[in-house]
Design a protein around this ligand. Structure first.
Ligand code: HEM
Length: 468
């Protein structure tokens, strides 16, 4: 159901439904969207987060302003896609859950995920990635990626080795944290990347920080999308290194699956791997933020610990509650704040039409937090992902932490397996106090931004729990 029925006349045009092309927002309102919605997303870094800017966005409450700006526009203009023109390019903000579903389900035709902005940015490090591919190439690459990542399976075939790797790296991280009494983002991030390189490329890549640094430099250039020149030499060096790992095909790694899975010519199998490395970074942020939520919400923290301690921790487990915590972390702080689709033809909406080439923007902080996310909005509610009732988050098309439809994230299950396994290992025999971010507490709305770079925990081993 629409949040508000489309008004009989379109307030931005004064015209009746079906009266032709929807007219864009006026210059003042469009400038408000640019200032409060687009700029904080761009400043924070779309492809790789910028630490200083993230701190600024958090301190100034910029993301909250973005949500409020969009809420006010919806109250004024209704919930149809709101067209606006930015630097001559046609955009439409998608505000209604049903419209969000239509756009994501109608991918890649007539809503292509390979927008000009994404092609410009991602070509820096994954010129053949499925997300920036079109036509038959896209179909072959998506099929290949789905097979290797085993998209529909909650437990990947590699869940056994993956669980071992995650637990080993968590144990090393915890040993260090016990010595210092604290866990900061820097140490968490380093351990996370060791884990990711082992899971994706194999144990030989564990300490290959150069590879991650190369990817980081390419991602920084990608933040500038079309404005930045290609760093072709660095890109060749990075891609060659990835190909070497795939050729070595270390058993138990995704690289081995890549090498063993057939695909039509032109798929560029190894060329799909850079996206996985890049996207696993978001999963690290989501995990650290989930730990912050659990550290500050005692009831949920206790339930998570109970799940972490149940069953055989060394065996792969589905851990639904901890998966719900990771999903909540991405719902509350979406790692893709703007999901973009570019229309390949004219499209019709209740108030009129939008031209081909229009970029449909799903601003997830609004969809995940404001009216479409009722009743939980600004509350940490992992139970909504496990609920079977009508209030289940999975039934709400506005909640798209991993996007949805034919270009929805094919790595979702693998991510949830990795993050929940790590959270379980961290929570099994330790509790945490969040030493940063005093604003995060059960009695207050969850803050709109959480600068993960600033996260710092005090770590308390359970009494009497010796090393295992
Ligand atoms: C917390 C972690 C992650 C989140 C929140 C996430 C979310 C998303 C979202 C929102 C999209 C759609 C992007 C768009 O339409 O522009 C996407 C696409 C994609 N994700 Fe993820 N992702 C995560 C991690 C991963 C990982 C670790 C992998 C691989 C191992 C992965 C593989 C992909 C691929 C291949 C696509 C492109 C799909 C296509 O174009 O058909 N993601 N992801």
């Amino acid at each position: 159901m629409r949040l508000t029925e489309a008004t009989a006349t379109n307030p931005s045009t004064g015209e009746s439904p079906g009266a032709g092309t929807l007219r864009p927002l006026g210059a003042r309102e469009a400038a408000g969207v640019v200032g409060d919605v687009l700029l904080p997303v761009l400043a924070g870094g779309v492809i790789v987060r910028r630490p200083r800017a993230m701190g600024l966005v958090e301190r100034t409450g910029w993301d909250r302003r973005g949500v409020e700006r969009v809420r006010a526009l919806r109250q004024r203009h209704g919930s149809g896609p709101l067209p606006l023109t930015v630097r001559g390019r046609s955009y439409a903000l998608v505000l209604d859950p049903e419209d969000a579903e239509r756009v994501l389900a109608g991918t890649p035709e007539p809503f292509s995920p390979a927008t000009r902005e994404k092609r410009g940015a991602l070509a820096q490090f994954q010129p053949h990635g499925v997300l920036v591919s079109g036509g038959s190439e896209r179909a072959a690459r998506r099929e290949f990626v789905t097979q290797v990542l085993q998209t529909p399976q909650p437990l990947h075939d590699l869940a056994g080795p993956l669980t071992g790797v995650v637990r080993e790296e968590a144990a090393a991280l915890l040993a260090e944290a016990e010595r210092s009494g604290q866990l900061r983002w820097e140490e968490f991030d380093a351990a996370w990347w060791r884990t990711v390189r082992r899971v994706v490329l194999g144990d030989a890549a564990r300490d290959d920080v150069t590879l991650t640094a190369q990817l980081g430099a390419l991602r920084s250039a990608a933040n500038w999308s079309l404005l930045s020149p290609r760093r072709k030499r660095l890109r060749s060096a990075f891609l060659a290194r990835v190909r070497e790992y795939v050729a070595a095909a270390e058993p138990g790694s995704l690289a081995a699956r890549v090498a063993a899975t057939d695909a039509p010519p032109g798929t560029d199998r190894a060329g799909q791997v850079p996206h996985w490395l890049f996207a696993y970074d978001a999963a690290g942020m989501a995990t650290a933020r989930a730990l912050a939520l659990l550290a500050t919400h005692p009831r949920e923290g206790e339930r998570a610990r109970e799940e972490a301690r149940g069953g055989d921790p060394a065996a792969p487990r589905e851990l639904p509650y901890l998966r719900g915590c990771a999903l909540e972390s991405v719902r509350l702080w979406p790692t893709t704040p703007l999901i973009l689709r570019e229309s390949t033809e004219e499209t019709s909406w209740p108030g009129g039409t939008l031209p081909a080439g229009c970029v449909f923007a799903l601003y997830t902080p609004y969809l995940h937090r404001a009216e479409p996310a009722a009743p939980y909005g600004d509350t940490f509610a992992p139970q909504q992902w496990t609920a079977r009732s009508g209030r289940a988050a999975r039934a709400n098309p506005a909640l798209v932490p991993f996007s949805s439809g034919p270009a929805g994230c094919p790595g979702q299950n693998l991510v949830l397996l990795t993050t929940s396994t790590l959270l379980a290992a961290l929570l099994e025999r330790h509790t945490y106090t969040l030493a940063s971010h005093p604003g995060l507490r059960p009695a207050a709305p969850v803050p709109a931004t959480l600068d993960h770079f600033a996260l710092r925990f005090r770590v308390h081993p359970d009494p009497g729990s010796g090393p295992r």
